[in-house]
Design a protein around this ligand. Structure first.
Ligand code: AMP
Length: 385
């Protein structure tokens, strides 16, 4: 369905996916006076626990999609691997944003990199690997250490392997299950940064300050906001991200991840068609947060002011530190810390259980607080860089 003029509080919004992103969307929407329907098969889903209605069904279940479409004025998604066909089915009954086409683009590394290049971005050199027959040619075009990445369903560093020889490439491809992949040239990274933005149906775009991301074991560890980059690089990142969302006629919140290389160039890595872990700092540090913007963009409302009120460092809390329970008393003894736990019942290594934001008038002090508290909680005692 095409976008209605505006969807005002009192209406019902739906979200496909009931993880932490869906939960924070639910809070934002309910705070603004909307009712929220969550679809997630997990009865213990973090968002389902807060929703007005939790439809516990598989994302492909036609009857449940029909039920959801009938209840909702508009539906969005909290994860990019939602079947595009489900979004299309819903779109027959209510307004859906982002569009199935935009979500399908972000689901496939080949499509998203091709789109990004069309929008004027530089990407890492890459070669498509559709099947075994493509391996030798792909290796010869890149010549050198490279990363093999599955085209679909990769996240948090999963579905990728570093390869140094053609033999290693062949082995890694077997291990990945011979699914379509990209072979990507290994770049000399200086920093990783992300642009979280919202775009509404009228084409208005609101950017949050560019954030700097550090990973451990392939999973986001901390986000430093604002990123420690020049204004010229920040402007380049915003401008590239704007070209991508304009090109897709995108409606919703999007995160665009870039690599800043040691030679100073900015390279597109990937896009997430939803709020993003690197935008969680906006909950505590900005006038409006990324989830309120998701509601506004979905509802055709003017976007809110994204001004950052305080430097911030966000720290992810993974299930690894439940031994048996983290020392929340020590963490909460720091007045500059804002804690967010997602209501997940079972802590598992690598599972995102929550995050906290360290706030201080000075970014160096916020970073120091992040490092002290990470050490106290048992996340790690390295000093950051
Ligand atoms: P991705 O799943 O594409 O975000 O990759 C996960 C992580 O691997 C990134 O956050 C980078 O730290 C690293 N990485 C990915 N692609 C490259 C590349 N082409 N060159 C160097 N490092 C990369």
């Amino acid at each position: 369905m095409t976008s209605p003029a505006v969807i005002l509080p009192g209406a019902t919004l739906g979200v496909l996916g009931g993880g932490q992103l869906g939960r924070m969307f639910t809070v934002a929407a309910q705070t603004m006076g909307y009712r929220v329907v969550v679809m997630d098969p997990d009865p213990g889903s973090p968002a389902g626990a807060l929703a007005d209605i939790h439809i516990k069904a598989d994302y492909r279940d036609a009857a449940s999609l029909l039920y959801m479409g009938g209840l909702c004025d508009a539906v969005t998604t909290e994860f990019e691997n939602v079947p595009a066909t489900s979004l299309e089915m819903l779109a027959g009954h209510c307004f859906v944003a982002p569009s199935p086409r935009a979500v399908a683009t972000a689901q496939d590394r080949l499509l998203e990199k091709t789109r990004a290049r069309e929008a004027g971005c530089i990407t890492a050199p890459f070669a498509n690997i559709e099947d075994e027959g493509f391996l030798v040619h792909a290796w010869s075009t890149l010549e050198g250490p490279a990363l093999l990445k599955t085209r679909r369903l990769g996240y948090d560093g999963k579905g990728q392997a570093r390869v140094n020889t053609l033999d290693e490439l062949v082995e890694a491809y077997e291990r990945m299950g011979r699914v379509p992949c990209l072979l990507e040239g290994l770049l000399a990274l200086d920093k990783e940064v992300s642009v979280v933005l919202a775009r509404n149906g009228q084409g208005q775009i609101a950017f949050y300050p560019v954030a700097e991301n550090q990973h451990r074991g392939g999973i986001l560890d901390i986000t430093i906001a604002p990123a420690r980059i020049t204004e010229a690089v920040a402007e380049q990142a915003r401008s590239m991200a704007a070209h991508i969302v304009d090109e897709l006629d995108y409606v919703g919140v999007m995160a665009v991840e870039f690599f800043l290389l040691q030679d100073g160039s900015l390279v597109f890595n990937e896009m997430a068609p939803r709020p993003h872990n690197s935008g969680h700092y906006t909950l505590d540090a900005c006038l409006s947060d990324q989830f309120q913007q998701q509601v506004r963009a979905l509802c055709g409302l003017p976007l809110a002011d994204t001004r950052q009120l305080s430097p911030a460092v966000m720290v992810n809390i993974l299930g690894n530190i439940w031994q048996p329970v983290p020392a929340w008393d020590r963490l909460l003894a720091h007045p500059g810390v804002q804690l967010h736990l997602y209501g997940k019942h079972e802590a598992r290594p690598g599972r995102k259980m929550g995050h906290y934001t360290c706030l201080s008038p000075n970014l160096d002090d916020a970073l120091a607080l992040a490092m002290t508290t990470r050490c106290e909680l048992g996340i790690g005692c390295e000093t950051g860089h």
